[in-house]
Each structure stands twice: as C-alpha cells, then as structure tokens.
Ligand binder design. Structure first.
Ligand SMILES: [Zn+2]
Length: 386
C-alpha cells in the first residue's frame, strides 16, 4: 500500500510502497517500480499504530463529570468525592473507551491501574498493554498495607492472563509516596518500565521547596497527616529522579511545570528517561501546557498519552498531536509521529513488535487523512487500516 507520505516510525518518506501480509506483518518498504501492479493507494500519511503511553482505563466512567480548568488539587478532590457507580456501567465505560482507542489507531497502552477493574477486558487482548499498577500512600504507617494491596492487584492481573513482563508497581507521584513506601518499591524497579506523574502542578514544586502551597490544602481537606514531611528544599524532579535509577525505562508523565534547570539535571541522568505529554488533559485540568520547545531544545525523548476520560474528551493520540501543533505550530508533524510510534514502543518495552515498519513486525497500519504536504491540519483524522 501507498499514500502521499509514509512515516516509517522514524522519518517521513515521500516515496515508498509498504509491502505487508494480509494480517499486517511487515515485509519491506519498496520502490514503486518493484512493488508490482496491485498497490492500494491512499491520500494522506501512512504510519505505524499509535502508542498511548498514559491512560487510566478504569476511570472511563468519569467522562464529562469533572469540571474543567479548576487546577490539579480541585480535580483530585472532585475524583475522590464522585458518587458510586455500578460495576456494570464501569465495565461498559472501560469497554467503550478501549473500542474508541482501537478505532483511532492506537495499538498499545501504558495503562495506570489502581484496581484490577480492567483485567477482564484486557484478557481479550484487543490491544497491547503495559499494566502500570499504581501505588500511593503518604502516611508512613500505611506503607506496608498499600504495598501489599498493590501486589494483590498485580496478582489479579496475572491470574487473568497478563504477562508479568508487561506489569510493574509504580509510584503515583512524588507527593503521594512516603520514603517508607519508596523503599519497599525500589527493589521491584529493576528491568521494568516505571512511571510517575511528574510536576503536573506548580504546587508540587512548592511543596518540595518549602512544604508550602496548595498540596497542604489538599491533605488537610482529605484529613491526611503530613506532619512527617520535611521538604528537601529542591524542586520535585531532581529530588525523586535518583530513586528510579534501576528501572529499564523511566516514564515521567505530564511535566507541565518542568523547567530548564530540571531538564539539565535530568539530562545527565539516564538515556532511558522518557517524557510523556498529555496536552489535552493538561488543558482540561490546569489550562497550561508544558514548554514543549524547551524539551526539543534539550533533545529529550518524548512520548504521548491521552490520560483518562476523567480529564479528556476523547482517547486519541492524533488529537493530542493536533493540540500540540496548534499551540506550537513550528513542531514538525514527523517529530510528533516519532513520539507517537517508535518512542512510545520504546517507553513501554514493546519495540520488538510495535512502533515502526521493520521487517517481521506487526505494528498496525494507520492512515492519517486530511493532511497538507505531510503536515497535520485541524481537520486531520486517523483510522486503523490493519
Ligand atoms: Zn494520570
């Protein structure tokens, strides 16, 4: 098959016919003269299936329930106070969310799990998943019980057919994991993709600088004791990053309030460090985007995520790229496609089979329509061909 442009997972090609089997196993990218007569032709850009590096499928039933642009602390308080919903409507919402991702060309998901609610859906294996079991507990006295309960959630996934290779226990955020809990978790990081919500609000940086700011309001409203905390007097990222050093991939999510000083410090740290942007969720919650050109300047490895339907109107990697293009028009579409495909596969340790059109891989084949000279436009749409 052929389109106006072909993005192979790394770069945009003007020429080239993608040769694959009927079920999508890639053979090669050939010249038009070598491809034979029956080439299917499309208008737009062909690319490998998208990798969504950050989602919370289990929150899908919260779609359209949480007010927008209230800031992270009010968002968290809204999620905590939401009314109970039936198991059936939760499962339906999870199923519909997965179907939406499938339709939009997403082939793999880094999915945050606080519960095992999504395990039945995932056992059908319609998409590839890295199950990122989330652990949180700010009170040091809770460290053991929180850690044990996360291990129980993990074993529920394994019992339902999840491959342990694609499952890990992850700290939720630097402000929600006590030192005691970090210490229980650290030995499990080795060889895994480990993720953490990073600098999603400025309150997080303030909290680590001098134990002040909006996170204190959150803890007092939630009646969580924070008296054990002694601020390290540094911004959040340089404080917690060394704790993750044994992970095989470190996936930092949001990075909305990450600055140049943070990036310089992180740059010398580890080339398995990956920054995940979820721009539509950032607009929904904080109405603030990360300084994406700054990350490009520092040659950071970038990936994309949708976050959950609690903080997004859709689960579409293309819509995330369109939002970035609108806010930072100079960002080349080929750069964003790299984030959405091969970089994403690397972050989730799925590069053996996904993320690029390498021979023998089965990455899914996506068509992006309504593009202009290989660049995304506001009218662009994506769909899975195979
Ligand atoms: Zn999240």
């Amino acid at each position: 098959m052929k389109a106006d442009y072909l993005f192979d997972g790394y770069k945009m090609q003007r020429e080239g016919v993608l040769i694959c089997t009927q079920n999508g196993i890639i053979d090669t990218i050939a010249g038009e003269d070598q491809a034979g007569g029956d080439v299917e032709k499309y208008s737009g850009v062909l690319c490998p299936g998208f990798i969504n590096c950050h989602c919370h499928l289990e929150l899908s039933h919260l779609k359209d329930l949480i007010p927008e642009k209230q800031g992270l602390v009010n968002f968290v308080l809204s999620v905590v106070n939401i009314r109970h919903v039936s198991e059936e409507s939760k499962q339906n919402a999870i199923h519909n969310a997965e179907s939406e991702m499938l339709k939009n060309g997403i082939v793999a998901v880094g999915d945050i799990c606080n519960t095992a609610d999504s395990r039945f859906l995932k056992s059908a294996k319609r998409l590839n998943y890295y199950n990122l079991i989330e652990v949180l507990g700010w009170s040091p006295g809770q460290a053991n019980s929180r850690f044990e309960s996360a291990k129980k959630t993990a074993s529920q996934f394994v019992e339902s057919g999840t491959d342990e290779k694609y499952l890990s226990l992850n700290p939720h955020a630097p402000y929600s994991v006590s030192e005691e809990l970090w210490n229980l978790m650290k030995p499990g990081f080795k060889g895994k993709t480990i993720t953490i919500h990073n600098q999603e609000s400025n309150a997080e940086n303030e909290f680590f600088m001098d134990a002040n700011g909006d996170l204190n309001r959150m803890y007092s409203l939630m009646k969580i004791d924070s008296s054990h905390f002694k601020a390290p007097g540094r911004r959040s990222l340089p404080y917690f990053l060394p704790k993750l050093k044994s992970a095989s991939r470190i996936l930092l999510v949001h990075n909305t309030y990450t600055n140049e000083e943070d990036l310089i410090e992180a740059g010398g740290f580890n080339n398995n460090l990956v920054f995940c942007f979820c721009p539509n969720a950032n607009i929904y919650i904080e109405n603030q985007l990360p300084d994406i050109p700054l990350f490009l300047k520092h040659k950071a490895r970038i990936v994309l995520g949708t976050d959950s339907l609690a903080s997004n109107h859709q689960l579409s990697i293309l819509e995330e790229m369109k939002t970035i293009k609108k806010a930072f028009p100079k960002t080349p579409s080929s750069e964003m496609l790299l984030w959405a495909t091969s970089n994403g596969a690397f972050a989730l340790s799925l590069e053996e089979n996904l993320g690029d059109f390498g021979k023998g891989k089965m990455p899914g084949i996506v068509l992006i329509e309504n593009t202009k000279a290989g660049e995304l436009t506001e009218a662009s749409t994506s769909r899975r061909l195979i």
